[in-house]
Design a protein around this ligand. Structure first.
Ligand code: PLP
Length: 460
């Protein structure tokens, strides 16, 4: 299996190199050269398997000979052993033909653990074999940083530095980043906002001397291995509801388009998915694009579902690549236009997107009302991101079973949840002592040279 860039100008890589590289050198994203298919019999055989067994079957065709079967099984086992539910991704029924896929039973209570835990083990295995060490630096507004720290803590071939805006993440998010005691974890509270953290990260990658000196690596959501890990739960949940003999649809609360793109890959592999519904909050660039065919940037307006407050959905480029018949030059052109704020998608490409994807948006008031309403009707307490999906899913219910993705535990966003339904969601038992654990982090000025010096000193 070989990996090519969506902009057509970067070297073709193996799975291992695409994973360790992240972003392609032409600014594009790596995608598999061909999408492997599972037969109806192979999909039917997933029924009754453990999550780990199904994960092996679904992901194996993508990794080529990067790992032996035995090695890959061990990597998968380690990735999901820290989850707090035997099913890993259990389904709950909300109403007639409407189901919730709970993706928040991982160590940091958000779906990002599914991908991050796997990528941690994949990095460690590949680097140990190569005898190499890398430094992962990430910027976070909360969820990604805690998932990365949990995934990479204690791994011997990796140091992980996470930059977060000092005083601007929630207490739960900060404590998830600052309480791990492993010496390869470095939580840095930057005296600035999230954009400052991200700008510092970008500048570090642009500084070739620094990048090479510390062997900088990134694990942001454009990394192909992260998308791949998320394909698995589309299969396991659909099979639970009768696939491949029965179709299912999914509604996905979407920011960077990573999670829903994994659903698209599942469909391309042969899973009978009827519709993939894009659910956005008030930052609705993707919904507007689906309605009008014009992808137009507007300012980000903070919401109660902050992990979806995004204007540039990086992974959307991967879907565009397919509906433009995999012509890298066409994608490079669109992305060039987007620098000035807008690009228009051709009619043919829009028709193809609409064959697979539907869309909807939930305002702040609708999101809160959905939390209130779900609690009244089902007793379920859901997080604001999940509520965005449930609201949009309800507009798309029909004969085909609908699965809404529940992407975070309500205890990660307790204020918004309590305001909506009067219940203050408690942390699950396994992290009930989060507020008693010792914190360890360094407050750093918003100064690029100072940051680089600190990182080099920590590694020495
Ligand atoms: C990251 C995140 C999302 C959005 O996922 P994308 O892959 O960026 O579309 C939704 N909900 C929660 C809780 C998240 O952390």
């Amino acid at each position: 299996m070989r990996y090519i860039s969506t902009r057509g100008q970067a070297p073709i890589l193996t799975f291992e190199d695409a994973m360790l590289t992240g972003l392609a050198s032409d600014g594009g994203l790596y995608v598999p050269e061909t999408i492997p298919m599972l037969s109806e019999a192979e999909i039917a055989a997933l029924a009754g398997m453990s999550y780990e067994e199904a994960a092996f079957v679904v992901m194996k065709p993508f990794i080529g000979d990067t790992f032996t079967d035995a090695e890959f099984k061990e990597i998968i086992a380690k990735a999901y052993q820290g989850f707090n539910h035997d099913a890993r991704a259990p389904l709950v029924q909300l109403g007639p033909n409407h189901f919730l896929l709970e993706l928040f039973h991982g160590p940091t209570l958000a779906f990002k653990d599914f991908a991050m835990q796997l990528i941690g083990q994949l990095f460690q295995a590949a680097l140990a074999r190569r005898g190499e060490h890398v430094t992962i630096v990430g910027a976070t507004s909360g969820d990604t940083g805690s998932a990365a720290i949990e995934a990479f803590k204690g791994l011997s071939n990796v140091d992980v530095f996470i930059l977060f805006p000092h005083g601007r993440v929630s207490d739960v998010q900060r404590r998830q980043m600052t309480t791990p005691s492993e010496s390869n974890v470095h939580a840095l509270a930057v005296e600035g906002d999230f954009d400052d953290c991200q700008a510092a990260l970008k500048d570090m990658f642009a500084d070739i001397d620094f990048r090479d000196h510390v062997k900088l690596a990134a694990v942001n959501s454009i990394n192909w291995a992260r998308v791949l890990a998320q394909v698995v739960y589309y299969f396991t949940s659909a099979v639970s509801l009768g696939a491949p003999h029965r179709k299912v649809s999914f509604t996905v609360p979407t920011g960077n388009f990573g999670d829903i793109f994994a659903g698209y890959i599942a469909k391309r592999m042969g899973l009978p998915i009827d519709k993939l519904v894009i659910a956005t909050n008030q930052n609705d660039i993707l919904h507007r694009t689906m309605e009008t065919g014009a992808c137009t940037k507007e300012g980000v307006v903070p919401s109660i579902s902050p992990s979806m407050d995004i204007q540039v959905s990086s992974n959307f480029e991967r879907a565009l690549f397919d509906v433009y018949d995999r012509e890298g030059a066409a994608i490079a052109q669109l992305m060039e236009e987007f620098k000035s704020g807008e690009f228009k998608i051709s009619q043919g490409a829009m028709d193809r997107l609409r064959d697979t994807f539907a869309s909807g948006r939930a305002s702040e008031a609708e999101t809160s009302a959905t939390i209130t309403d779900m609690h009244k009707r089902t007793g379920e307490v859901i997080c604001p991101h999940t509520a965005v999906a449930v609201k949009v899913a309800e507009e798309h219910l029909g004969d085909v079973p609908m699965i809404s993705l529940s992407t975070a535990h309500p205890a990660k966003f307790p204020a918004a949840v309590e305001a909506a339904c009067g219940v203050y969601p408690a942390l699950p038992e396994h992290m009930a002592d989060l507020f008693d654990r010792d914190e360890r982090f360094t407050v750093v000025p918003n100064d690029l040279d100072g940051l680089k010096t600190l990182i080099k000193e920590r590694l020495a």
